[in-house]
Ligand binder design. Structure first.
Ligand code: THG
Length: 381
């Protein structure tokens, strides 16, 4: 395999030393940072996430902070969702679009106070975009990337672990809601969130010099819950239908084609970038494509998860590949995995709406030639 040269241009996280000590084996690059993706045993990492508790260094989810008297107006103008009734301590999953309604990012937006917001971002240069928009529109705000690095604990036992560390209060936090707190003086924002559907929290470290200290405290308290290192898990996220911006989207996708229709407000009072374009898409009958799941046959389950993973990994991805109906291209496939819980090969695709609505069988190009696939709603699980 090729190796990646790391230089100061590629940043490392405050938890980097801890991840290396924990046996980090695979990385990706995300927001110009090193992103841990595996510790050498993806099935064990998956099992831990489904059954117990996993600790993930997700500091690559950078925050862009909008602070100042016009923070609300600026955050609203950047966001394709009505923020009118948002309150302090609340987070929302949102789409940020350009003027043509193309999705630029799908962050969790957090309202820290009336004059301070964080966009907790996926992989794109949103600091540039937010600064340019704020300046061009004359908003009275400062737009920065603060020293804030999320550490996720995910899995069915994550909540008990968080309660051991912080007391009972976090149990009542709603999804994406958060509270400012500390762990033995380490300043944090504690949020019920994370890129899995197994439940859990993110601890937003607010002092990058204390990452290894925070990691050690969480791992120590997590021993009784069988905690172990992991990373946003590709198999689980496909099963759960969680969007990977830039992976499942193309540069031209609108949020409806990315499965975000229920998070987009087109008829709200506040204006935002892309609103007119998104209204036009809906007025013209809706998006051309839909984000859907595929059951891909023939069933390859062998009962040996390592072998099944190898089969799924032999697919001609990571490049997006065509989805066809009777030879005609009707969409693109962006992920294929072997689902351990469904014992099937499944995928994610953007497919023409008429094909989805007619529930047609499609074909995808696999390692052993063309394979039939049936369309299904997300999530799989
Ligand atoms: N946490 C934080 N920042 C992030 C992510 C995160 N930034 C990058 C990336 N993840 C943003 N993308 C997503 C995508 C999906 C979800 C969260 C962040 C998600 N979606 C659920 C769904 O679509 O079913 C629930 C959404 C809802 O019901 O509101 O969880 O993970 N800090």
């Amino acid at each position: 395999m090729n190796r990646i040269t790391i230089s100061p241009r590629i940043r490392t996280s405050p938890f980097y030393r801890s991840t290396v000590d924990a046996g980090l084996s695979d990385i990706s690059i995300y927001n110009k940072m090193v992103m841990p993706t595996s510790y050498g045993n993806l099935k064990a990492e998956y099992d831990r996430l489904i059954n117990d508790c996993a600790i993930w260094d997700v500091s690559v989810e950078r925050q862009v902070q909008i602070a100042g008297p016009d923070a609300h107006a600026c955050a609203q103008y950047l966001t394709a969702r009505d923020l009118t009734n948002m309150v302090e301590g609340q987070g929302k999953y949102v789409a940020m679009c350009d003027h043509e309604g193309r999705i630029l990012n799908d962050p969790v937006l957090m309202k820290l106070s009336g004059d301070r917001y964080w966009f907790s971002l996926a992989d794109n240069d949103m600091l540039l975009w937010c600064r340019a928009v704020a300046a061009e529109r004359g908003f009275d705000v400062e737009v920065t990337e603060p020293d804030v690095s999320p550490l996720a604990v995910q899995g069915p036992k994550a909540e008990d672990l968080i309660v051991d560390l912080f007391g009972e209060d976090p149990r009542s936090l709603k999804y994406f809601w958060f509270t400012e707190t500390d762990l033995d003086g380490i300043p944090l924002v504690l949020c019920r969130s994370g890129w899995s559907k197994q439940g859990g929290f993110e601890l937003f470290l607010q002092d990058g010099s204390r990452g290894d200290e925070l990691w050690a405290k969480v791992v120590e308290a997590g021993q009784k819950y069988n905690i172990g290192p992991g990373a946003p898990n590709h198999v689980e996220r496909v099963e759960s239908g969680l969007l990977s911006w830039g992976g499942d989207t193309t540069p031209d996708s609108n949020p409806f084609e990315a499965g975000m229709t229920r998070f987009v407000d087109v008829d709200c009072e506040p204006d935002y970038i892309g609103k007119a374009a998104l209204q036009k898409v809906m007025a013209n009958g809706g998006p051309e494509r839909l984000f859907v799941g595929l059951f891909i046959g023939p069933d390859t389950d062998s009962g040996d998860s390592t072998a099944d993973d190898a089969v799924a990994n032999a697919w001609p991805l990571p490049a997006r590949t065509p989805v066809r109906h009777q030879g005609t291209e009707v969409g693109t496939l962006s992920a294929v995995v072997h689902s351990h819980r469904l014992n099937r090969t499944i995928g994610l695709a953007q497919i023409k709406r008429d094909v989805v609505e007619a529930n047609l069988t499609v074909e995808v190009e696999g390692p052993n030639g063309s394979a039939p696939a049936t369309i299904t709603k997300l999530p799989f699980l």
